[in-house]
Write a protein that binds this ligand. Structure first.
Ligand code: B12
Ligand code: SF4
Length: 414
């Protein structure tokens, strides 16, 4: 068996049953392995020396993918992140220097995706922070805008950036014109002490709410990541975080419990304090809620608070209120032309049936529906998609809460 990728790269010594293990990026090691394999002398471990140039990354074989099975396709501008948050191992996996692909390569990848038949949907730029090198990224975005215009905007993009995107009007305009509809920001915490603890330097000493609002203005939905369980988190953190999310507003926060990945500075600190419980499972509904360290506030208090915030944030009333707020805030019209495609007409009627007739929260849905028609008619297709996503989140988080409640001490079956 051959194994590689982020997980195997950080837990390398602990994996059993793997014949050939790849640690790190494989642009240089995979060709070596293939040669060795052909000669029947393949080694058990191939470890990358440093970080390869991205000129060596091949264009994906999109012809091998059955597009019908996917909602979104991936494209990468570059790798690496200049920041150094203590819980994150991206800097270990991909380095602190941002390596970007040449712009011609990015265009070739867009062309390859387009000609393979991916025509009218989301493409995610999977860089951990695609604005790491501003000047070069601006040049790339100009070319992407040109590509979108030439092809009549077949794609909308999503990606991940640091919050200082909000400080650069020119960059935000380029991002919006390129067709970005969704940006993931690692906000992590509204607490200054927790941000300091985890060394999230870019988020400190700034008005984070104002930054989110400035990005929202461009019609870009900020999907923000939040973490609970820092040592500096007090019992007030749950309400503080919920109020922050509602105040921005952020329709789709991703709230998770802190995990301690091996190899990070956080791992070393927890090890020194003898607080590690094992490897991270990455499963916030596993046992004990995926938390692989002893939290300062106590595990039970952490899980109880987590359940409370999930219920508050993903309830229908709060969700529609945040969506309405986001739509109202998107005052600068997005550049992405909205078109309703034939296959979407059927989906639209199914959505009306499920959300406007069958759903117990249908009254909230209709209030939202008419508010968008009156105030943001151009945003209507996006608004309906976001409403449908909200229903999915309600169902999903309902199951998460059920599982977490069953994990609490004293729950039946424990
Ligand atoms: C994009 C992304 C996502 C997207 C995926 C979109 C999609 N449709 O693919 C979304 C947002 C859905 C997502 C979700 C999650 N993600 Co994610 N994601 C990423 C991200 C930012 C980039 C991954 C990527 O596409 N890279 C581009 C490729 C080209 O690079 P690569 O994967 O590193 O591959 C290279 C090598 O590793 C190697 N390689 C990779 N696979 C293999 C396999 C073999 C056999 C070999 C030989 C080599 C090899 O070859 C490549 C070329 O060098 C990474 C961060 C990162 N820097 O890796 C996190 C990351 C992979 N995600 C992570 C996590 C935790 C998650 C979630 C669990 C978060 C959550 N709590 O919900 C979920 C899980 C979803 C799921 N069901 O699996 C962690 C994984 C931690 C770990 N060590 O296991 C990472 C590393 C982020 C982090 N710092 O914590 N993610
Ligand atoms: S900004 Fe994001 S990718 Fe970069 S180190 Fe921090 S958490 Fe990791």
């Amino acid at each position: 068996m051959v194994a590689g990728g982020p997980y195997f790269s950080v837990v390398s010594q602990r994996i059993k049953g793997v014949d050939h293990l790849f640690i790190g990026e494989v642009e240089e090691t995979l060709p070596l392995f293939l040669d060795d394999l052909a000669e029947n002398r393949a080694r058990p471990v191939y470890r990358a020396k440093g970080f390869p140039s991205l000129d060596k990354t091949p264009i994906p074989r999109w012809d091998l993918v059955n597009f019908n099975n996917y909602l979104s396709m991936s494209l990468q501008m570059g790798r690496g992140c200049p920041n150094d948050c203590d819980f994150c191992h991206v800097v270990i996996l991909n380095g602190r220097k941002t390596r970007l692909k040449p712009v011609e390569r990015i265009v070739a990848e867009l062309d390859a995706l387009y000609s393979a038949g991916w025509k009218h949907d989301e493409v995610m730029f999977v860089d951990d922070n695609f604005i790491g090198r501003r000047r070069r990224v601006k040049e790339i975005l100009e070319v992407v805008i040109n590509w979108q215009q030439t092809h009549r905007y077949p794609y909308f993009f999503s990606g991940q950036a640091s919050v200082d995107l909000a400080d650069d009007e020119e960059l935000m305009e380029l991002v919006a014109r390129a067709g970005f509809r969704c940006i993931f920001l690692g906000i992590e915490s509204p607490s200054a002490a927790s941000l300091e603890e985890c060394h999230k330097v870019r988020n400190q000493n700034r008005d984070l709410r104002a930054s989110v609002r400035r990005i929202n203005e461009w019609g870009i939905n900020v999907v923000a990541g939040f973490i609970l369980g820092f040592d500096a988190d007090t019992p007030a953190i749950f309400d503080e975080m919920a109020e922050f999310i509602e105040g921005c507003p952020i329709p789709h926060p991703m709230i998770g419990l802190l995990n301690v990945p091996p190899g990070t500075r956080l791992w070393t600190r927890m090890e020194e304090q003898d607080r590690l419980l094992g490897m991270p499972s990455g499963d916030n509904v596993g046992d004990p809620a995926g938390v692989n360290y002893l939290p300062k506030m106590g595990l039970e208090a952490l899980i109880n608070g987590y359940i409370g915030i999930l219920k508050r944030i993903y309830g229908a009333r709060g969700y529609y209120a945040r969506l309405t707020g986001f739509m109202k805030g998107a005052s600068r019209q997005p550049y992405l032309p909205e078109r309703l495609r034939a296959e979407e007409v059927g989906s639209f009627f199914r959505l009306l049936w499920r959300m406007g007739v069958c759903d117990p929260d249908r009254l909230l849905f209709w209030r939202y529906f008419f508010s968008v028609l009156l105030n943001n008619p151009r945003e209507f297709p996006q608004a309906m998609t976001l409403a449908a996503i909200g229903r999915h989140y309600r169902i999903f988080h309902g199951r998460v809460v059920e599982k977490l409640e069953a994990r609490l001490p004293g729950a039946s079956g424990e």
